[in-house]
Design a protein around this ligand. Structure first.
Ligand SMILES: Nc1ncnc2c1ncn2[C@@H]1O[C@H](COP(=O)(O)OP(=O)(O)OP(=O)(O)O)[C@@H](O)[C@H]1O
Ligand SMILES: [Mg+2]
Length: 264
């Protein structure tokens, strides 16, 4: 079982879109996937057709505050092989509520490790959707994950935020999670008519080399429509350009396991 966070403290770069569609792509390839919505906005929750307005004890918040066990809050989506632990706005209170707890960065890891050691856990992948910040929730995800996928919007300022993220990842590696790997950087919202997109691509590839996925996610209106229907775009409109790019990303994501070994 691989635990992978989709992470970038910058808002609106395509984290949730990537979580939803990578999860759907893997599930269509018969992998069992659990999405963990770790963002109080609950966008992965609604984007996969569930509600982010229900009782918060039924969400990841209920697990993290000790009200519920992890298996109790796993929900099926209407898509085969694809389950989710939902989130809602109450999750934003966790940071303040755990202020006195020195071990709080490890709460998620402890819960997930216990779940994985339990024979009922049979997922191939757990994908964690992170909030747009470097707050406790993001640190929890970094501590818990085997590896990371970083969506990078091909726009001005995108790379600036990335330097800060890389520093945070290094800090977590040194102190809390030495095995953490960056699986790859995914260029998103690429507009081939805009020169800036190709400039950001070039800079990213020059600097991060083969860490940048070959697949590029284009700006595509179907990708932004799909969440309002509670569906991955791969199911909403499987032949649009956005879907083609996420199908291709899923293949690249799976194939890289042969290159980087099974532990990422
Ligand atoms: N490739 C794309 N083309 C067009 N629209 C996109 C694309 N990717 C994402 N979007 C849209 O852009 C917005 C932001 O995307 P998304 O929610 O995936 O980003 P995020 O990084 O999860 O945001 P946040 O930081 O708020 O959690 C959404 O409305 C989404 O539907
Ligand atoms: Mg999001």
């Amino acid at each position: 079982m691989k635990i992978i966070s989709i992470i970038n403290q910058k808002g609106g770069v395509g984290k949730t879109t990537t979580v939803i569609n990578l999860a759907a792509g893997l599930a269509l390839q018969k992998k069992k996937v659990l999405v963990i919505d770790l963002d109080p906005q609950g966008n992965a929750t609604t984007g996969l057709g569930l509600s982010n307005l229900e009782d918060s004890s039924e969400t990841i918040y209920g697990v993290l505050n000790g009200t519920k066990s992890l298996p109790e809050v796993i929900k099926h989506t209407e898509f085969k092989n694809l389950d989710i632990i939902t989130s809602n706005v109450d999750l934003s209170g966790l940071e303040a509520e755990t202020a006195g707890d020195n071990e709080r960065a490890f709460i998620l890891k402890v819960k997930l490790t216990a779940f994985i050691n339990d024979s009922r856990a049979s997922y191939d992948y757990m994908l964690i959707d992170c909030p747009p910040s470097l707050s406790l929730l993001t640190v929890m995800a970094l501590v818990t994950s085997h590896s990371l996928v970083v969506p990078l919007q091909t726009e001005f300022f995108a790379l600036e935020g990335l330097t800060q993220l890389m520093k945070t990842i290094e800090r977590i590696k040194v102190s809390l999670n030495p095995k953490l790997k960056i699986r790859g950087i995914l260029l998103t919202m690429y507009d081939k008519r805009n020169k800036l997109s190709s400039q950001v691509e070039k800079e990213a590839r020059d600097y991060f080399k083969e860490k940048v996925y070959l697949t590029i996610i284009p700006r595509n209106v179907r990708l932004s429509e799909a969440p309002s229907h509670g569906m991955p775009v791969l199911i909403y409109d499987k032949s649009c350009l956005g879907s083609k790019s996420y199908f291709s990303f899923t293949d690249e994501f799976i194939n890289q396991e042969q290159l980087i070994g099974g532990d990422a």
